[in-house]
Design a protein around this ligand. Structure first.
Ligand code: SF4
Length: 226
């Protein structure tokens, strides 16, 4: 967004939302992966499936000493498909992991891969079939510690309700708004985690507003309470 499409009022409301979310949900870094490799592989596997299923695949890769992205560049695709089957869409995800491995193999280390400007690394990630903005930005933020906010469907749903908007903001609009508020990697991680926690506990498809810790700031709640 350029600031033209985000009103001043929405920015202030977003700031209030982000301050409240990060103080209510002490989620720290949030992403469950331990190593950069695990985070990168997990970011691809988690598309359209639950983390429980991803964890099974990550455990299988670990048992086979394959929890390292560069190891996929020459792997037999059918074998990889078998190892990550629990994550679903395993044919496409295997190809994505192989292509990603080939890209990262061009750099001496993962740290070198993340050393380029964010826009260049993001463009390279997005050029791979199966990697969209959410996956690319998760890799950049959580594995690369880059200053970029990850937008997901939870973020879109919550901001629409809290800000009282007629329709959800787009990925770019939301990301650019949060980027106006802060550039802090730590805050991006805490805020992303806060959106996920709020959506899972309270702001579900059918929201449980009465118990929600931020209801007094939420336009949806204020408009709908009896
Ligand atoms: S008050 Fe309700 S709609 Fe608003 S953020 Fe909380 S759960 Fe979602």
């Amino acid at each position: 967004m350029n600031s033209k499409s985000t009103t001043k009022h929405n920015l202030l409301a977003l700031k209030q939302l982000s301050d409240n979310l990060t103080s209510y949900f002490k989620v720290g870094s949030w992403w469950p992966g331990l190593s950069k490799d695990e985070i990168i592989i997990g970011a691809v596997l988690t598309q359209n499936t639950s983390w429980k299923n991803v964890k099974l695949s990550l455990d299988t890769l670990k048992e086979n000493n394959l929890l390292e992205i560069k190891k996929f560049s020459n792997i037999n695709k059918t074998y990889l498909m078998k190892l990550i089957k629990s994550s679903g869409f395993y044919k496409q995800k295997s190809q994505t992991l192989i292509d990603l491995s080939k890209l990262i193999e061009g750099y001496p280390t993962l740290n070198e891969f993340f050393k380029s400007p964010i826009s260049k690394t993001r463009e390279e990630l997005l050029s791979i079939k199966g990697i969209g903005p959410e996956t690319a930005d998760s890799i950049l933020l959580y594995a690369g510690d880059k200053s970029i906010f990850v937008v997901d469907n939870y973020t879109k749903r919550i901001t629409k309700r809290v800000l009282g908007l007629d329709k959800e903001l787009s990925y770019d609009e939301l990301q650019e708004s949060i980027h106006i508020l802060t550039k802090s990697v730590k805050k991006y991680k805490a805020l992303h985690g806060g959106f996920v926690e709020l959506a899972k506990e309270y702001c579900k498809k059918e929201p449980i507003c009465i118990k929600c810790p931020i209801k007094k700031y939420c336009v949806y709640f204020l408009n709908n309470k009896k």
